[in-house]
Design a protein around this ligand. Structure first.
Ligand code: MEV
Length: 422
């Protein structure tokens, strides 16, 4: 039924799909609703395109980073993410805001060389030819030089696999505003024959590494304990509980995974809104979290000499403001304009700041009133909508469910029915 599907027009694909899945007129209409991303563009972005998928886009507010205030576009389906980010950012702004730095942006390419007869000789030969190899890499992607970027350094590593020892050549490239996957892959492929000649080995794999530890960004925040005061708990108690929560995640991988998921709630949401490759950023972040040989929390929380709570987050940030599908994605371009982000380095620092704010919001809620209260009011609205509530009915149904302490689809439908709805 799907033979040659990729060659069909979108209308033909929808007709086939309609028959295959037994779609109703309404379901078909959902696929036919065009959003900000034109079908024409989407059709060139992927194969077998049948429609575009939407998630809510919101503004994370109150973020102050390095003295500049940001309204942060965030795309997420999770109800509490933006509210949590905005409230933690407000607290951090009252404490002087986020301080963020960047390590610079060198992306990494890898060439895996098998069957090298003499490792020392091979390493020496590459070291001697470093300048020539860098020139060759740059010649493979000349437009990057024009933009002030280019290959910068070559480092050789030895890796012991379960089967053999291999030589791994790392090429570090300054990719400027782009994430640079194509640049790096082109460069490592171009270098491979010369690397084979110099090492007498076989360059079987040439590909970028997603662990971009030469392109990190760091955010820190310092919050006076008295600002952490919550309804039923003093600020110092909240501070100490947050530090204990960090210690728990540092000692237990099950908690570390959840701690880090909370951070990525924010990081993924901002970077999705900016049209970035969130899979590459997630892969980088989780690999970096395991860089000490065990999986650890991405952020840390401690108390300084003045008794303030100090949070810090460093993440690899292979983000981009150009390249990939950014330029053809109208909302991604708009995100840059809304956030007033001028370059990839600023976006990297902003994403890490959002991640740290998101983490603070989660930890503060978890160690005080628990996460469910905040979550539930937003969850109640989604459930009301799923049950068919519209307009003012949504809040009414949500409030009734919250008051009854029962948030589920059948109860929402019952409330709608009782109030004369469908
Ligand atoms: C939920 O999406 C994220 C949290 O579980 C994060 C955390 O536990 O730190 C609340």
């Amino acid at each position: 039924m799907f033979a040659g599907y990729y060659k069909k027009t979108r209308e033909e694909r929808l007709a086939i799909l309609r028959e295959y899945a037994g779609l109703t007129d309404e379901e078909l209409a959902a696929l036919q609703a065009e959003g900000a991303l034109p079908f024409e563009t989407a059709n060139h972005m992927i194969e077998n395109m049948i429609g575009t998928f939407q998630v809510p886009l919101g503004l994370g507010l109150n973020m102050v980073m390095n003295g500049k205030e940001y309204a942060v576009p965030m795309a997420t389906e999770e109800p509490s993410v933006i509210a949590a980010m905005s409230s933690a950012s407000k607290l951090i702004a009252r404490s002087g805001g986020m301080v963020a730095t960047s390590s610079g942006r060198l992306m990494t390419g890898q060439i895996a060389v098998y069957g090298v007869p003499d490792f020392e000789r091979a390493k020496m030969a590459i070291a001697e030819q470093q300048a020539t190899l860098i020139d060759a890499a740059n010649a493979a992607y000349p437009s990057l030089i024009k933009r002030g970027g280019g290959a910068r350094e070559i480092v050789v590593r030895e890796i012991e696999t379960a089967q053999e020892k291999l030589l791994v050549v790392h090429l570090y490239v300054e990719t400027r505003e782009a994430m640079g996957a194509n640049m790096i892959n082109t460069m490592v492929e171009a270098l491979a024959p010369e690397i084979e000649r110099l090492t007498s080995g076989t360059a079987e794999m040439k590909i970028l590494s997603n662990l971009t530890d030469m392109a990190t960004a760091t955010a820190t925040c310092t919050i006076p304990a008295n600002l952490l005061l919550s309804k039923n708990m003093g600020g110092e108690e909240v501070r100490d509980r947050i530090v204990r929560a960090f210690a728990f995640s540092d000692a237990d991988i099950y908690r570390a995974a959840t701690h880090n998921k909370g951070i990525m709630n924010g990081v993924d949401a901002i970077l999705l809104a900016f049209g970035n490759d969130v899979r590459s950023i997630s892969a980088a972040a989780h690999a970096y979290a395991a860089k000490d040989g065990r999986y650890r929390p991405m952020s840390s929380w401690a108390v300084n000499g003045a008794g303030d709570l100090v949070g810090e987050l460093t993440l690899p940030m292979p983000v981009a403001t150009v390249g990939g599908s950014i330029a053809i994605s109208p909302l991604a371009t708009l995100a840059q304009k809304i956030a007033k982000v001028e370059n990839a380095e600023e976006l990297a620092m902003l994403a890490v700041s959002v991640g740290l704010a998101q983490n603070l919001a989660a930890l503060k809620a978890l160690v005080t009133e628990g996460i469910q209260r905040g979550h539930m009011s937003l969850q109640a609205k989604s459930t009301a909508i799923s049950a068919g509530a519209t307009g003012a009915e949504i809040d009414m149904v949500a409030e009734k469910m919250l008051a009854a302490g029962q948030i589920n689809l059948s109860f929402a439908k019952e409330i709608i029915k009782q109030n004369g709805g469908t």
